[in-house]
Every structure is written in structure tokens, then in C-alpha cells.
Design a protein around this ligand. Structure first.
Ligand SMILES: Nc1nc(=O)c2ncn([C@@H]3O[C@@H]4COP(=O)(O)O[C@H]5[C@@H](O)[C@H](n6cnc7c(N)ncnc76)O[C@@H]5COP(=O)(O)O[C@@H]3[C@@H]4O)c2[nH]1
Lengths: 203, 203
């Protein structure tokens, strides 16, 4: 039930805020990407939110930390830095009053994949934050005592399955979110290439 | 287990980010309040994060929506508006790279309580966001099917108990977070007064 609850909260408390238009100032995720495209003069071929789910559940602060060092024969990720002189170089953030927190800010991150041959490819990606938080909960077992006694694989499997089912039934978010599994424990696996493959399948 | 997981995620993914100093640019919650005090020329008598837990689990975007209309004989809440000309009139936000999201922004909201007699009292408060998200999940039962079949009172009770236990064991957050129960279904109960009473107990 832990994983099921995490998926419900992630959908209701995040995806349902950043993906659909709010009928007001926020035109929705796709419009947000289109504004980014015209502002930065780039093309985002697949306008979806790519959510990276790692095998270890560890999620680094910046996806470029998954790049293989000293391998310029491989594709690599680079974050579009978020703000230069007040202008967002990534997606615009969305500000909303939520549960007493005025102007809570939600922002997605645009990344560029540089390929050894071929033009760079842009996409919007991040890790599954609830799984990262779970990772930190597991790490902190002494604090949580037997609360920390979770079957991690079960929670993760429940989270992914539940999220897929909810997305399939959601008119607002169906086809807007792409779950990408990445085995970060496999030295041969390069996230940038995993993402490129998925983009090719979806284009 | 849903409520237990929610409390662990809330502590690990939020309280542990906004309360302690990060040993770097962010000096921690108390320092954040002190900077707010000197910037705005106000006093915050109790430097804790007040988390309001409502009976219905409903959490309005702005706590001032709990004020009783047409009752200027009662104390009332007003949010310190977040930004005027680029200067934060509430607490400064904290920006951190989290799980692939660059510069994710965390901000707490300062409120002022205006009393019919006596000077205004400032505090930092918000609702328990995970319970608000749960409220929305329950509302959306058709989407979640039998996932939405949660015993709400049980989840809420688990959340509060687990959070209290974690906070008691947490060196970083112990005594920094104050859980405040508010019966929003009782027309006689005024949140501003409930908060004032708690502040008096803690001063
Ligand atoms: N990538 C990403 N960017 C976001 O802005 C964001 N906001 C929420 N989430 C994830 O969605 C889900 C539902 O969020 P909710 O607000 O109910 O709980 C949140 C909320 O109660 C609290 N919290 C986190 N960030 C903030 C914040 N900035 N202000 C107030 N509360 C916060 O701590 C809980 C756990 O947060 P995360 O562990 O980061 O993941 C959340 C969660 O899995 C996000 N995920």
C-alpha cells in the first residue's frame, strides 16, 4: 500500500498540477514546452515528461551525473541551466497557492542530449521524486525504526504499476508522461542512449 | 501503511530540506526566519513551522480563507505576500537540485495574525500538504477505483502519529515543527485564535 499511495499522491499532487492547463495563466505542459522551444530556438521532438526510474532508486541532483566520464564516443546529457539574468533557460516555472503555501513553485527541467554524431536532442526529464525520497528513507533506517522495514522492490513495483494504471485512465495525463527504466547499476548502460532510443520509438 | 509512508516522505522529502542548515548557502529555517524578521522589521515570537491539520483534510490555497467573514471582533490571518518588486516579503525561498530537477524551489509562508486588541503576531504556517493531496485522491475515487478505498481516518491518524514519532527522534527537526489540529467543520472554531493560543503556550 506504501507504493500505491505514493503513486496516487505523485499523480494528484504533482502530475495533475504540472501537466494540464489550469484554465487560467498556466497553459499546461505542452504549451510550456512550446514556449520554451520558441524562446530558446530549439525543437523538442517528443513533448512528454520523461520520468527516469533507476534500479537502485538513487536519483542524483542532476541527470548529467549519469554520463560516463571520459567517453566522448557516447551521448551525454546536459541540463539547460535554469536562469540567466532572470530569464528562464529551461521551462518556465508554475506558481500556485497550495495548502497555505503562497506561490509554491513547480518547475520541470529541460535537458539536451549531445550525440557524437548528429544534432543535439532536447527533452524534459527528471527522476521519480517519490522513489528518491524512499531511497533516503531506507538509508535512514535508524531514525524510522521498523517503519523503515519496507520491501523496497515491492514498493517500487507497486508505485510503477499503480502509476501506469492511473495514467492510462487519466484523460489529462495519458500519453503525456513516459516512464523510463534505467539500470544505473550496469556500467554498460548509458542513460542518454536509453532516452534517445525511447525518443526514436515515440517520434 | 499509506499514512506511515506519507509521513516518512514528508519528513525526508520536505522537512529535512527546509529545516536544517545545509552547511552551505542555506542557513536553515531559524536563520531564514531571523533574516525575515530583520528584513521586514517584525518579530516572530515562536520560530517554528506550524503545520495545520484540518478535520476535513481540506486545505485551502491560503490560510486566510479560514477567517470568519464579517467578524472583526475575531482575530484573522493574512499571508505576507510573497514578492513585491523582486523582494521577498515572506521567507526567502531555498533552491536545490533534486532528483534531476534543477533549482527546485522550496518556500515557507509567513502569516500575520491581526487581533481586535493588541499588536499583530507573525508566524510561519501551512497545511499538511500530503493530507491535502490525500483529500484530492479521495475526491477522485472514480479514477483510482479501489485504490481510492482508503480508510481516511486511519491514514490521517497514521500520518500524524508517525510524524510525531519521527520528529521526536530527529535531532534536526525536533522542536522545530508544531502540529496544530483545527476543526474546520466547527463554525465556532477560528484558526487564528487556535494559533494564537498555541503561540501563547509556547512563548
Ligand atoms: N519533481 C517534483 N517536483 C515538484 O515540484 C514536486 N512537488 C511535489 N512532488 C511530488 O509529488 C508528490 C505529492 O506531493 P505533495 O505536495 O502532496 O507532498 C510533498 C509535500 O507535502 C512536501 N513538499 C515537497 N516540496 C514542497 C514544497 N516546495 N512546499 C511545500 N511542501 C513540499 O513533501 C512531500 C513529498 O515531496 P516529494 O518527495 O518531493 O515528492 C512529491 C510527492 O511524491 C514533486 N515532484
Amino acid at each position: 500500500k506504501y507504493g500505491v499511495g505514493m503513486a496516487c499522491n505523485f499523480y494528484e499532487g504533482y502530475l495533475m498540477i504540472v501537466i494540464p492547463s489550469d484554465g487560467g495563466k498556466f497553459g499546461g505542459f505542452i504549451q510550456n514546452i512550446e514556449a520554451f522551444e520558441s524562446r530558446e530556438g530549439v525543437v523538442v521532438p517528443v513533448k512528454k515528461l520523461f520520468i527516469v526510474i533507476t534500479k537502485s532508486l538513487y536519483s542524483p541532483p542532476d541527470l548529467q551525473l549519469f554520463n560516463k566520464t571520459n567517453r566522448d564516443d557516447l551521448a551525454m546529457l546536459e541540463a539547460c541551466s535554469v536562469r540567466i539574468g532572470g530569464i528562464s533557460k529551461s521551462l518556465d516555472d508554475l506558481e500556485k497557492d497550495i495548502a497555505g503555501v503562497k506561490n509554491r513553485s513547480y518547475k520541470n527541467c529541460a535537458y539536451r542530449i549531445y550525440r557524437p554524431s548528429g544534432l543535439p536532442v532536447s527533452l524534459v526529464a527528471e527522476c521519480a521524486t517519490p522513489l528518491h525520497t524512499l531511497y533516503k528513507v531506507i538509508e535512514n533506517k535508524e531514525l524510522y525504526g521498523d517503519l523503515g522495514e519496507v520491501n523496497v522492490d515491492e514498493v517500487c513495483a507497486d508505485f510503477c504499476t499503480t502509476l501506469k494504471n492511473i495514467l492510462a485512465r487519466s484523460s489529462e495525463c495519458r500519453d503525456r508522461v513516459e516512464l523510463v527504466y534505467y539500470d544505473d547499476t550496469d556500467p554498460e548502460s548509458n542513460l542518454a542512449d536509453v532516452l534517445l532510443d525511447r525518443i526514436r520509438q515515440l517520434e
